[in-house]
Design a protein around this ligand. Sequence first.
Ligand SMILES: [Fe+2]
Length: 230
Amino acid sequence: MERISALCLEAVDALKEVFEEIVKGAVPSAEPLLERVRALARAASKDPASLLQLAPTGPGDGYTFQHSVSVGVLALALAASLGHDVEQVAECGLAGFLHDIGKTRVDLCILDKPGELSRDEILEIRKHPEYGAEIVRGMTGVPPGVIEAVLGHHVRFDRTGYPESARTLCLGVPCAVVAVADFYDATTTLRAYQRPMLRGEAIEALRRARGTVLDGSIVEGFLELTDGGV
Ligand SMILES: [Fe+2]
């Protein structure tokens, strides 16, 4: 457990550097982060549920960063529990860590706004998958499946959702895994505009989302993985 915890902190540090570079307008390589995510993926493949015990961020990290780490860790555990090989597990993890990187281009006043958002503000937030895809396309070492997940994580299983341009793409395993991890973490975390769901409510919401918002087989895997956990 100590080893997994240390590997996770290393990945979080590498992710923090990526976020900081991007906020500065630089284009970092994804290689150092991917190397650390691969090490975590190897550990996850041996014991997926152990990753659910990790809490590698604190309130000082900001919501988007904390959420990115949580989704990355959940995606690693979920992909490993579904039996994917280490490289695929690592891609799912990297996709989770980077899925909302496009939000670094959205004004914090909009992201943290507690009240109702205007139509223009909603449209701006909905650009984050395209902003994110543009960012990760420029970084060296990002696998195509990760770029696709960054672009497609808000496209629903029934092919509604956004961005419209991604609805006809063939979206792979990292995208479907990240969508489930994102759904669970977003509903169970306190945000400016919502109280967090209790675990039981979140599980119910996940069940209802099977086959419409989310891929049912991956939701089943998540429910099995988190049975008694998370
Ligand atoms: Fe997102």
